[in-house]
Design a protein around this ligand. Structure first.
Ligand SMILES: *Cc1c(COP(=O)(O)O)cnc(C)c1O
Length: 235
């Protein structure tokens, strides 16, 4: 078997496993766990992964992907989008205002909205391009100095401003809990904030903790390494 075939098979197996684990969590925690009463969306985080590793998932019919860099997405995805209709691309990494124009070209969902200046820039660009883009507000749920996201205390007000003043389509909240700590309590806090903010979606949980996140009501889980294997470059 060639290297490519082998990697294709591994990704297919990983995908089956993840689908199965997500289904099992759904069965255990039920749709009542998430406020949206919706299916759990698996965002396949393909950052740093080459197109050869992304194609097998697309061939299996998966359509929701996440990237964390605008430039990388612009390099990898246009050709794939042409070949595979119906793909929904999520930006899960930080967004600089000078990259907003490019981001709005290629992404369908921005998960990293976390400040006023970005809300303003996004709102202008989305209107001028007449694109239909949904946003998650990223919350710095562990109040970590080095981490992106809005402070939990300001999150509800910020969602309100994004909606009322900037006309943005805010569908949910997103978080990355502190490394090396139990994630459950942070996920629970995000769920409470989402309820107070009146948003239905919760993007939380990655390869190592998505089942915990689902228990706390995740509607979107962001899975990279458990699908694609280790990344080329660590980020
Ligand atoms: C890389 C990344 C993921 C995926 O992480 P894994 O542990 O590889 O599943 C999820 N969310 C964000 C924001 C990321 O940057």
């Amino acid at each position: 078997m060639s290297f490519a075939q082998q990697s294709e098979q591994t990704i297919a197996q990983n995908y089956d496993l993840i689908l199965d684990r997500v289904k099992k969590s759904r069965d255990r925690f039920g749709p009542a766990g998430n406020q949206a009463q919706q299916d759990t969306t698996i965002v396949a985080v393909s950052k740093t992964q080459p197109v050869e590793k992304i194609k097998p998932l697309l061939d299996l019919g998966h359509r929701v992907f996440g990237e964390n860099r605008v430039q990388e997405a612009l390099g990898k995805w246009p050709a794939l989008l042409e070949k595979y209709p119906g793909v929904q691309l999520h930006l899960v990494g930080p967004l600089q205002t000078n990259k907003v124009r490019d981001a709005v070209k290629i992404f369908d969902v921005i998960q990293s909205l976390d400040r006023e200046k970005l809300a303003l820039a996004l709102s202008r660009e989305i209107k001028s391009r007449e694109r239909d883009i949904r946003c998650f507000v990223q919350v710095n749920i562990g109040r970590e100095e080095q981490k992106a996201g809005i402070d939990p205390d300001g999150a509800v007000k910020f969602v309100e401003r994004c909606r009322e003043e900037h006309g943005l389509d805010i569908v949910g909240l997103m978080c990355i809990p502190p490394l090396g700590e139990a994630a459950g309590p942070y996920f629970a806090q995000l769920a409470i904030l989402a309820e107070r903010a009146g948003v239905k979606c919760l993007s939380m949980g990655m390869s190592g903790d998505f089942e915990t996140a689902m228990e706390m009501g995740a509607t979107h889980v962001r899975i990279g390494t458990a699908l694609f294997g280790a990344r080329q470059v660590s980020r």
